[in-house]
Design a protein around this ligand. Sequence first.
Ligand code: GLN
Length: 485
Amino acid sequence: MSELWQLTLHEARAGLDSGSFSAVDLARSCFERIAQVENRVKAFVTLTESHALQQAEQADRALSEGRGGPMTGIPVQVKDLISTRGIATTCSSRMLENYVPVYDATVWEKLSRQGAVLLGKGNMDEFAMGSSCENSAFFPTHNPWDLDRVPGGSSGGAAASVAADEAIVALGSDTGGSIRQPASLCGVVGLKPTYGRVSRYGLIAFASSLDQIGPVGKNAMDCAITMNAIAGYDSRDSTSLDLPATDFAASITGDIKGLRLGIPGEYFVDGMEPGVRTAVETAIKGLESLGASVEPVSLPTTQYALACYYIIAPSECSANLARYDGVKFGYSYQDTPDMWQAMETTRQQGFGPEVKRRIMLGAYALSAGYYDAYYLKAQQVRTLIRQDFARVFEQVDALVTPTSPVVAFPIGEKTADPVQMYLIDVCTLPINIAGLPAMSVPCGFSDGLPVGMQLIGPHLSEGMLLNLASAYEQATEWHKARPGI
Ligand code: GLN
């Protein structure tokens, strides 16, 4: 290991604690790496170097005084829809281009209190709507494995920054796959926690019944350490689960003997790339050889999940995004004769095409006369999807599927066809509909591009999933592969 920016969180912790290097050394090293590659990767909307160096100095002071914790001095990237006090939080949208929050999201409040160092804010699809990072109003992020390809989305900046070794760990958010799918396409690890496990306070809302914040890291242990720091009850999020603290890192024992794994045939969809299928099937055999048992299971309502999601998510989005009226905060166009025109022009100019499409879909599904046929029906289907999972989890402990049916695709390839873009999330969005935890773990390559395996568990089973992922990592090298950028 020659450079500090190459370290995992776990290794960085050990080095900081033993005094082999300081938090300032580590932060400087990450910014050196950023200087080398960021003009090609473009994973950051905002870089916060001077702020980071101040935080790193404070971290060094805390460490020298014995006040350090697991995240003290660890450089992180934070997705640009997580509010950071005094630092622009744009949602990669013109609407919030100049928005500077006056308060911290709970997750960032927790991390910064523990001495984590903010490298900057991660690029994303505008308001987290997209699967490729091409919907950022500012610029697309590039996949470090092939700069002509997308990193996935919407947390493309998170996955690309970790894959390119710019950040030690990153925070993303996942409404229908936005942590797991980019993690898969960039060859890193991503965890979407159980709905309610991590506070959404200060997360700029897309679809509130689906949104959840989680880590993107270089391995399962790094995600576990980050989860320890961000999870937990928060009275400021009414959907937060009031549970005793869990030590996710302690769940990692490496032993998965006797674990029952279900393979839902419905997730091995038509049109999935053969290289993805081969990699995931080989990984399943690997898990079996580590002592897990494998059996086929069926989740018959899977076929309705995409349609259900594309009613519920846009409906919630149309309500959540009504607040951008040009009056209270954000972009405001005032050069019109009356208030209504000011509001219309503000929204016309402030939102990009995908966000407008979602608002229109949602407003339509919620409107009188259509509500029962669309929104209500989707909610009923949601219940069936949840029941499907509940039934299967009486039979098995976890499910193994591909994260994405395809590997990273060329920038521009799917932008003209929204439905093609939506289809990429077939394997990830049922999990949000059911509120379950799931993660993506690198499990091979197809045509030189990373493939991710998705591990899905019942509610609150993050510890088991992290252990499963870690056991797989101990037996393989895929998570260690790095792009030669
Ligand atoms: N790609 C999905 C969408 O566009 C999921 C996005 C997300 O998880 N934020 O809605």
